[in-house]
Design a protein around this ligand. Structure first.
Ligand SMILES: Nc1ncnc2c1ncn2[C@@H]1O[C@H](COP(=O)(O)OP(=O)(O)OP(=O)(O)O)[C@@H](O)[C@H]1O
Length: 242
């Protein structure tokens, strides 16, 4: 694997019984790239992502993630990545500060490192007013921003985001993407699934999965040219929905 390649995937496949959920997908993600992983419901995105983060064993094929192999080194992968999904985020019944401390501990940070990170996060996200509030009392957009920052606490090389902005308004989503750009500019590789096509436009590269296969993969600009489409939404409709 080349040094500048963050993720290298080769014929990665997952079968559930006779059903092929992920069908021999192959792609590369460069270091510091924002890689959009698109597909209609049930296309196989979550299954593919679970294999890449080392929690689901592939049926066949191979992938290297942050320099580690999904088949032989899944535990090393888990330590090198951050993960955030709509379903798994923060603890509602802990305060913002307690969540940061808790997840910092899980990621193996020292008390000093956790305190430093907490001050940095409070500053960057302007959390001064809410740091001692219960997460349950915060608007969803805030929860998402804090969850993303928590996923970056241990300076992972790659962060996997599974529909991180579901259910919030376009302005809040835009603010979330500012945080994504900031992380990518610092060299963190971003692997993101989304159903929002405006967000697909923000990615450096976009892959579109249909029935377990990657049917298209390029920059948003090139995909629009290739499909003679005005927007990523048009590309998606032409491809993913037939
Ligand atoms: N553990 C499982 N056992 C059997 N089938 C599964 C299992 N997990 C997923 N599937 C099936 O594999 C297919 C792909 O599911 P997956 O969740 O990966 O899709 P997705 O693209 O992430 O969809 P969504 O956007 O709705 O999350 C679906 O048909 C799903 O029903």
């Amino acid at each position: 694997m080349k040094e500048e390649t963050a993720i290298h995937v080769e014929n990665l496949t997952k079968m559930f019984g006779d059903f092929t959920a992920v069908n021999a997908i192959s792609f590369d993600v460069k270091k510091g790239e924002i890689f959009g992983f698109l597909g209609a419901n049930g296309a196989g995105k979550t299954t593919a992502m679970k294999m890449l983060i080392g929690i689901l064993t592939p049926t066949s094929g191979n992938a290297d993630v942050a320099g580690f192999n999904v088949n032989t080194q899944p535990e090393s992968i888990k330590k090198s990545i951050g993960y955030m999904s709509q379903k798994f985020a923060l603890y509602d019944d802990l305060t913002v500060k307690e969540n940061i401390t808790f997840f910092g501990g899980i990621y193996g940070l020292t008390r000093k490192q956790i305190n430093e990170k907490r001050y940095q996060l409070v500053e960057e996200l302007e959390l001064q007013e809410i740091v001692n509030e219960l997460v349950s009392s915060l608007p969803l957009g805030w929860k998402q921003k804090i969850a993303f920052s928590v996923a970056l606490l241990h300076n992972p090389k790659i962060v996997f985001l599974d529909e991180p902005t579901g259910g919030v308004d376009p302005i809040t989503r835009r603010q979330f993407w500012e945080l994504i750009y900031k992380a990518a500019n610092k060299g963190t590789t971003i692997f993101v699934t989304t159903h929002y096509m405006d967000e697909a436009e923000y990615c450096d590269s976009v892959s579109i999965m249909v029935n377990g296969k990657i049917e298209a993969l390029d920059t948003p600009k090139k995909l629009k040219e290739q499909f003679n489409a005005e927007s990523m939404n048009d590309v998606f409709l032409k491809l993913a929905r037939g």
